[in-house]
Structures are given as structure tokens and as C-alpha cells.
Ligand binder design. Structure first.
Ligand code: AMP
Ligand code: TRP
Length: 333
């Protein structure tokens, strides 16, 4: 059976990269796959410090963004991770399956821990094990994410393989990443070598899902570029990371590809291209933003969606956890 699981951290500053790299793809997959699980991963969020009130607000905002972007909350399961204890339970077991050497190689840990990794939380280090547990608690098979999550999904495959091998079972599926679209890795507007990120201290580096039309236009206008005109073929974007990024964003928002964008804008400078990109971004994002605001105004309704989602998720995870407990040798009621 095919089953989709994916997640977003409620760490604030939800941005265009989250939308184009992940959430929008979920909307496209939901019709093809039955009962998809889309999770606001609050347990992952606290691997770095989160103010409790901000965490609550960001959890609701992330759920609102998913729904506003078109994820159907009736057909799918939208919930926050901490409401379903199966995630933490299975993560502990995976802490005992994954090897230190595997985690040592994770580039996201190195980036997030920075120079002083002695001071990083243990949770930040074990983060990929929890991510594997998120998916495998439901025997998830397909995981739509942005490019940056590829390495974590390889680890989830290694964990599933080792668990199955060590216990001589065929319990966990080997997950498939689904990374597609014209913007699987949206870069910072200030630096074509860094990905657009929630934690970048410069707000001008990203387009937030809550930015109004003026902010979007201003940020795109200020975006770093080079002095040359756009090429007429994608090959001409080689070595021009900032230009390639803006073209990729345009293509993704317009549901086309770099070739088509350059067929239209090749030979033109950024003075013409940037306003066109800003108009397109505003056109695509403003309906989502309006709906997000409407949803955010009714916290009780959002909480109800998350509660119902969590109930459904618990029902799906319970038999998997029982199976795992039997296989591992845990006595259970
Ligand atoms: P996060 O913000 O780390 O919780 O990411 C949530 C989802 O958005 C994941 O599937 C990421 O791969 C995706 N994502 C995050 N940043 C980007 C980006 N700059 N470009 C494309 N996808 C991204
Ligand atoms: N680590 C992912 C990110 O930061 C979020 C995440 C947590 C996730 N658990 C997941 C994504 C399970 C896909 C599947 O982007």
C-alpha cells in the first residue's frame, strides 16, 4: 500500500521555499494517494529553543498555511506531532537502531549546530531518527519534501533496512522521497549560495507566506542579481545562481519550467523581470494569504482540525507500534 507522510516545523517565518518545495506538491499528490498524513512537527521544532507562546501560534499558523494552500483537511490527516505519542515511542527505538556514525554525517546537523556543537541539544542530533519514526509509525512509503531533506530520508531508509534485518522481519517499507517541481531548492534572495530559510536573520532573504504585496515587491526588487540580461536558454544560467533562483521561482509559480520562462524573458534585464516576478508572486500568494488570515481568526476551529487529525493518526499508528513492540520483545497489555 502507498501512503504519504510529510511534515513542516512550526518555527515561524513559513516561506516561499516551504510552499514551492513542499506544501504545494502535497496539494497535487493528495488526489493520487489515499489518506495522506501532513504533520506540524512540533517535537522537531523544540530541538532548538522555541518560546512556548510563539510555538502555539506557529503551530496554528503552519496548519492554516497547509489548509489555505489547498490541502483538504477532511480527506487527509492534518495534525501536530506531539499529540500522537507513537512518534516519540518509535523514535526511541530508532535511537537504538541508528548508529552514531550515520548521524555524524548529517549535513543539516552540522549547519544548525554551527561551530559549537558541544552546546547543541541532543534532540538536534537525534532529529533524523524522529523523522524516520514520523514516517514509519504509519508505514509511510512516499515523502514529498524539498531537496534539503534527501539525506534525512536516506537515513530513514537505512533505519528501516537495519531494523528489518536485525529482527528478521519485513515490517517497515523503504521510503521513497518525492522531490519535484521547478523549485525544489529555493535560494536566499540575498545570497544565491544559501537556501531560503526560516532562521536566516535577514527578513529580506526570504518571502514569507504572510508578506503583503508591498513587502513581496520590495524584497524582489532588492534581491541580489548580476548586471547581465537573462539568457535565452537554461544553460546560460550556469554560474549565475541568483538569476537561476529567480527564474526557478518564476517557473514554479507559473507552473512551467526555466526553458519556457527564458523563452519569454531571455534578453531582458532584471529591471523588467523583477516586477513581472513580483506581480506573479502576489497573484499566486494573495488568495492563500487571505484564507490563512481567515483560518487564523478562528483558533478553536484550527485546534479542532488538529485534534481530529491526531485521533485518526493515533488509530493508524497503534497497530504498527503494537507490531514493533512484539517484534522487539516488549511485553504489552
Ligand atoms: P522546514 O522549514 O525545515 O520545516 O521545511 C519544511 C519543508 O519545506 C520540507 O519539505 C523542506 O524540504 C521544504 N523546504 C524548506 N526550505 C526550502 C527551500 N529553501 N526550498 C525548497 N524547499 C524547502
Ligand atoms: N525535517 C523536516 C524539515 O525540516 C520536517 C519533517 C519532520 C519531515 N518529520 C518529517 C518531513 C517526516 C517529511 C517527513 O523540513
Amino acid at each position: 500500500m502507498k501512503r504519504i507522510f510529510s511534515g513542516v516545523q512550526p518555527t515561524g517565518n513559513l516561506h516561499l521555499g516551504n510552499y514551492l518545495g513542499a506544501i504545494r506538491n502535497w496539494v497535487r499528490l493528495q488526489d493520487e494517494f489515499g489518506d495522506c498524513l501532513f504533520c506540524v512537527v512540533d517535537l522537531h521544532a523544540i530541538t532548538v529553543w522555541q518560546d512556548p507562546d510563539a510555538l502555539r501560534a506557529n503551530t496554528r499558523e503552519t496548519a492554516a498555511a497547509m489548509i489555505a494552500a489547498g490541502v483538504d483537511a477532511d480527506k487527509n490527516i492534518i495534525f501536530n506531532q506531539s499529540q500522537v505519542s507513537a512518534h516519540a515511542e518509535l523514535a526511541w527505538i530508532f535511537n537504538c537502531v541508528a548508529r552514531l556514525g550515520w548521524l555524524e554525517r548529517m549535513t543539516q546537523f552540522k549547519e544548525k549546530a554551527g561551530k559549537d556543537k558541544e552546546r547543541a541539544s541532543v534532540g538536534l542530533y537525534a532529529y533524523p531518527n524522529l523523522m524516520a519514526a514520523d514516517i514509519l509509525a504509519y508505514k509511510g512509503t512516499h515523502v514529498p519534501v524539498g531537496e534539503d531533506q534527501k539525506q534525512h530520508l536516506e537515513l530513514a531508509r537505512d533505519i528501516a533496512t537495519k531494523f528489518n534485518h536485525d529482527y528478521g522481519v519485513d515490517l517497515f517499507p523503504i521510503v521513497e522521497p518525492l522531490i519535484f517541481g521547478a523549485a525544489t531548492r529555493v535560494m536566499s534572495l540575498k545570497d544565491g549560495g544559501a537556501k531560503m530559510s526560516k532562521s536566516d536573520p535577514s527578513d529580506n532573504s526570504r518571502i514569507n507566506m504572510t508578506d503583503d504585496a508591498d513587502a513581496i515587491a520590495r524584497k524582489i526588487k532588492k534581491a541580489r542579481t548580476d548586471p547581465d540580461a537573462l539568457p535565452s536558454e537554461p544553460a546560460g544560467l550556469a554560474g549565475r545562481s541568483e538569476a537561476a533562483n529567480l527564474v526557478g521561482i518564476y517557473a514554479a509559480l507559473n507552473d512551467s519550467d526555466a526553458q519556457a520562462v527564458l523563452a519569454e524573458y531571455g534578453g531582458q534585464g532584471f529591471g523588467a523581470f523583477k516586477p513581472a516576478l513580483a506581480d506573479l508572486a502576489v497573484e499566486r500568494l494573495s488568495p492563500i494569504q487571505g484564507e490563512m488570515k481567515r483560518l487564523m481568526d478562528d483558533a478553536a476551529q484550527l485546534d479542532a482540525v488538529l485534534r481530529i487529525g491526531a485521533e485518526k493518526a493515533r488509530d493508524l499508528a497503534a497497530p504498527v507500534i503494537a507490531e514493533v513492540q512484539d517484534v522487539v520483545g516488549f511485553l504489552r497489555p
